[in-house]
Design a protein around this ligand. Structure first.
Ligand code: NAP
Length: 497
């Protein structure tokens, strides 16, 4: 068996080559780690941006903010970048930083077990590996959730989940039904209303819509970004955007804050101003507070749903039939294509991987009640295993790249202890996790996410599974680990032999 005898040659395995895994690879190489492998189940990098290719896919975070801080991009074509551009950005960044040389594609890790001081990994194809450190960069939104609608199999047309798009299915002039009006469903309606022969949008729960502009960057602007790195950096650190993030996270963390009242006023005004028909307007008006569900940012959904080809259907779905969708009022909505924009199993994280820590402690048991982790990063008795965008990470309408970079900064300081030989195993103490969880659960009750709606932010017990404080607190906590929360262990030579 390989042993960890030289801490300067730590073997690090990263799980997943999406945004967080690519970041980990870049940062590990930059810090001088040379014994690094990234296992990726698919054949390309990109994670959720690889898997989502539906028409209208757009990042609703401003493009220049949705970039790695060290890799600004002068070539974004729009304020809100199309999904394909985001995917290109991740692919070109992977190549530029030579992270592609670290990646083993087509290798889905199925087991990770901490045995005799090291992580032992196995992939679906039977490959085995060992590592001193595992970074779980497995993402949140990648296990499609199929809606519990009866009859789906009997549909005579094509059924597509938004995250499993089949681009060979014809759409132009077709009768298209879209189930779901989260960020995905709304973008699909905007993209397809004018292309469909008839588009029916099946809405179970209305959504608040934040208006947003999506101008293109002109060739002159892009040239200016290319010519002037300082200007590009200013775009990345745009003060208005950063102030909005502070305001937004303050708003969602406190359902009584003046900041959330401002958001509510904006979305209400958007609805009043954009939808003159009072019947349609009332159908579109949610009966819960703005930002309780993840807020939808859309420049054009209200226009799209008022397109002559489009119809909002608010009657509940009874069943899917061979012809289309039967709603509870007895109407059969005949369709050629049925799109399920029904979201993801957001509570999976690293699973279905089988992960066991010290003494065979199983992750499924640790997470039986709810997925959780100390500061969203570490778990007791799972030494040298760190998560990026893990459970209780901040969620919201801001750049998760920034969240991942801050989490990486924290994890890197723990890795330094391993690299420098301070210890061979580091794991968070149970009482530190318990204290964090108790404070988090108490604070979660005050967030807007807990103000009375259903959403993927809520865990099985209805508690928001998120960072419940504002961005400034996240930034401060991530700046440096409180090492008293961690147990450091030095394996002895006897243990190593
Ligand atoms: P989602 O927010 O979970 O929305 C799922 C939708 O499907 C909801 O409208 C839900 O209705 C509906 N639904 C589920 N089961 C149903 C059923 N049996 N009958 C009728 N309706 C049903 O999923 P999503 O829109 O894919 O978005 C997930 C997340 O992905 C977003 O919140 C966001 O974080 C991310 N995303 C981001 C962007 C971006 O621009 N950055 C774009 C797309 C997605 P109910 O509301 O009634 O449950």
């Amino acid at each position: 068996m390989t042993k960890n005898t030289s801490n300067s040659d730590l073997r690090v395995v990263v799980l997943g080559a999406g945004m967080s895994g690519i970041l980990s690879g870049i940062k590990l190489l930059e810090a001088g780690y040379r014994n690094v492998t990234i296992y990726e189940k698919a054949e390309r990098v990109g994670g959720t941006w690889r898997e989502n290719t539906y028409p209208g896919l757009t990042c609703d975070v401003p493009s220049h903010a949705y970039t790695y801080s060290f890799e600004p991009n002068s070539e974004w074509t729009r304020q809100l970048p199309p999904g394909a551009e985001v995917q290109d950005y991740f692919e070109s960044t992977t190549r530029k930083y030579k992270v592609d040389e670290l990646i083993r594609f087509g290798q889905e890790v199925t087991r990770c077990a901490f045995v005799d001081g090291r992580w032992h990994l196995e992939t679906a194809s039977g490959l085995r590996d060992e590592a001193d450190v595992v970074i779980a960069a497995t993402g949140v939104l990648h296990h499609p959730r199929m809606p519990d609608i009866p009859g789906l199999k009997s549909f005579g047309g094509r059924v597509l989940h938004s995250a499993r798009w089949d681009h060979s299915v014809p759409l132009d002039g077709k009768r298209i039904g879209i189930v779901g009006n989260g960020s995905t469903g709304v973008q699909l309606v905007s993209a397809l209303a004018s292309r469909a022969g008839k588009l029916k949008h099946f809405q179970r729960t209305a959504q608040w819509i934040m208006p947003v502009e999506n101008p293109t960057f002109t060739e002159e602007q892009k040239q200016a970004f290319r010519d002037d790195p300082a200007l590009l950096k200013r775009m990345q650190n745009d003060e208005t955007y950063l102030a909005n993030v502070e305001r937004f996270t303050t708003a969602v963390a406190d359902a009584t804050s003046p900041e959330i009242a401002t958001i509510e006023a904006i979305v209400q005004e958007n609805l009043e101003r954009s939808v003159p028909d009072p019947v349609l307007r009332e159908k579109l008006r949610p009966n819960y507070r703005a930002a309780c569900k993840r807020l939808i940012f859309s420049p054009d959904y209200y226009q799209a749903i008022q397109h002559e080809n489009a119809e909002l259907v608010t009657e509940g779905i009874e069943t899917v039939t061979h012809e289309g969708v039967l709603t509870r009022d007895g109407t059969v909505h005949e369709l050629d294509v049925l799109v399920l924009a029904s979201g993801f199993h957001a509570d999976r994280f690293m699973r279905p991987m089988q992960i066991t820590g010290r003494d065979g402690r199983h992750l499924d048991d640790v997470w039986a009640k709810r997925p959780h982790a100390y500061l969203a990063i570490a778990l007791p008795e799972f030494p040298n295993l760190f998560m990026i965008n893990g459970p209780t990470s901040p969620v919201g309408n801001f750049s998760l790249i920034d969240v991942a970079e801050k989490q990486w900064g924290y994890i890197a300081q723990l890795l330094d202890l391993l690299k420098s030989g301070e210890c061979t195993e580091i794991s968070v103490k149970q009482d530190a996790l318990d204290a964090y969880e108790a404070a988090r659960l108490a604070a979660a009750k005050n967030t807007i996410f807990a103000s009375g709606c259903k959403s993927w932010y809520l865990d099985a017990e209805g508690v928001p599974a998120s960072w419940p404080w504002n961005y400034a607190r996240f930034r401060d906590v991530m700046a440096a680990p409180d090492l008293s929360a961690f147990e450091q262990k030095q394996r002895t030579l006897a243990e190593n032999s």
